[in-house]
Design a binder for this molecule. Structure first.
Ligand code: NAD
Ligand code: IPM
Ligand code: MN
Length: 352
């Protein structure tokens, strides 16, 4: 039986609550492919920081390197600035492990109500390829005259030809495997004249390598409008780090709930472990109530199973989630019901 070592970082708030459920579901699905998943739970979180003064211990990155993949919940708590928690764990991980592909599917499942009046099941079916290691998230900048009337801050976005082209190629490769074969690039070169102009030039160059794929380039503001106005026109979307972040919360909402939105942070070269996490955060407003929807975490575990090349297990997990949603119950409050977190997983396990 193939065995895999998976690092688990539940993190804060609802992070550990949904990750526990994802592990239950992935264990059951993994059996479909005859795989044994060995979970190594790591306590890194805001509570760990309160105790130890660091988010990750000195040998923490080396520890993670020894795993086949990482399953991640969320970090962030109201008592500690995100500057310390998120910037001490999540964003350094994406960069250090060169997880430059942030894949975020948005699919409207049968049985889920979209806030868009006319959206039918399956009519929204997109993959967002978000650049995950540079762009607007580069921690480059500084502050001057802090606390004084003349204080200032600079924040420099980094766009490299290598960084733009590699996420775009990943998007085109994905489009080739899908019936519609379309890639939409999200830009803002009308205002961000250096970085986004390079982005647009890279898109033209990479598009020329894929003449069989249809292309479109939209400005981010128009793209946001079209996510609502005609979401069915998107197939694969490629976006910078910040634009991809914002658009995927929007993508989650038009497909029913952020509680359904999964993501993969992938190092395609497999030099480093890839990391799988729901799109949502630690949701301090509902933490501890056992009402978080675990399906985003469970669908992230399905992406993890894909990455481990366990396609039967991944497909079985996705089918079970689809069946639960189609049945219309149980439903957690984000989907309009009163079910608890574990009830959703019980239903997924029953379908498995
Ligand atoms: P959030 O995603 O945590 O919550 C936004 C809203 O969505 C809240 O009303 C929340 O209750 C709801 N929600 C989120 N997940 C849900 C689920 N599974 N089921 C039902 N409802 C759900 O975003 P936020 O409130 O802006 O951020 C809270 C903290 O999380 C911040 O510290 C932020 O930096 C952090 N954060 C971390 C990650 C991550 O670690 N990957 C992602 C996003 C935000
Ligand atoms: C996400 C989150 C993170 C991001 C935050 C916590 C920095 O919102 O994974 O979408 O912006 O990437
Ligand atoms: Mn986000």
């Amino acid at each position: 039986m193939a065995a895999f070592r998976i690092a688990v970082i539940g993190g804060d708030g609802i992070g550990p609550e949904v990750i526990d459920q994802a592990i239950r579901a992935a264990d059951a699905a993994g059996k479909r492919d005859g795989a044994e998943l060995r979970w190594n739970r790591l306590p890194w979180s805001s509570a760990y920081y309160q105790q130890h003064g660091v988010m990750v211990p000195a040998d923490g990155w080396d520890t993670l390197e020894q795993h086949d993949a990482i399953l991640f919940g969320a970090v962030g708590t109201p008592d500690i600035p995100d500057q310390i928690t998120v910037q001490g764990l999540l964003l350094p991980m994406r960069r250090r492990f060169d997880q430059y592909v942030n894949l975020r599917p948005a699919y409207l499942f049968d049985g889920v109500q979209s806030p868009l009046r006319d959206a039918k099941a399956g009519s929204i079916d997109m993959l967002v390829y978000r650049e995950n290691t540079e762009g607007e998230y580069a921690p480059i900048g500084g502050r001057l005259y802090v606390g004084l009337p003349d204080e200032l801050a600079t924040q420099t976005a980094i766009f490299t030809r290598r960084g733009c082209e590699r996420i775009m190629r990943a998007a085109f490769e994905a489009a080739r495997t899908r019936p519609r074969r379309k890639v939409t690039s999200v830009s803002k070169a009308n205002a961000l004249v250096y970085g986004m102009t390079l982005w647009d030039e890279c898109f033209q160059r990479v598009a020329a390598e894929y003449p069989d794929v249809q292309t479109q380039s939209l400005l981010i503001d128009a793209a946001a409008m079209d996510f609502v106005r005609k979401p069915e026109t998107f197939d694969v979307v490629v976006a910078s780090n910040l634009f991809g972040d914002i658009l995927t919360d929007l993508g989650a909402m038009i497909t029913g709930s952020v509680g359904l939105a999964a993501s993969a942070n992938i190092n395609p070269e497999r030099k480093h472990p890839s990391m799988f996490e729901p799109v949502h955060g630690s949701a301090p407003d509902i933490a501890g109530k056992q009402i978080a929807n675990p399906l985003a975490a469970i669908l992230s575990a399905a992406l993890l199973l894909d990455h481990l090349k366990l396609p039967k297990a991944a497909a079985a997990l996705r089918q079970a989630v689809a069946a639960v949603l189609k049945a219309g119950q149980p439903r957690t409050p984000d989907l309009g019901g009163t079910a608890k977190t574990a009830d959703m997983t019980d239903a997924v396990l029953a379908h498995l």
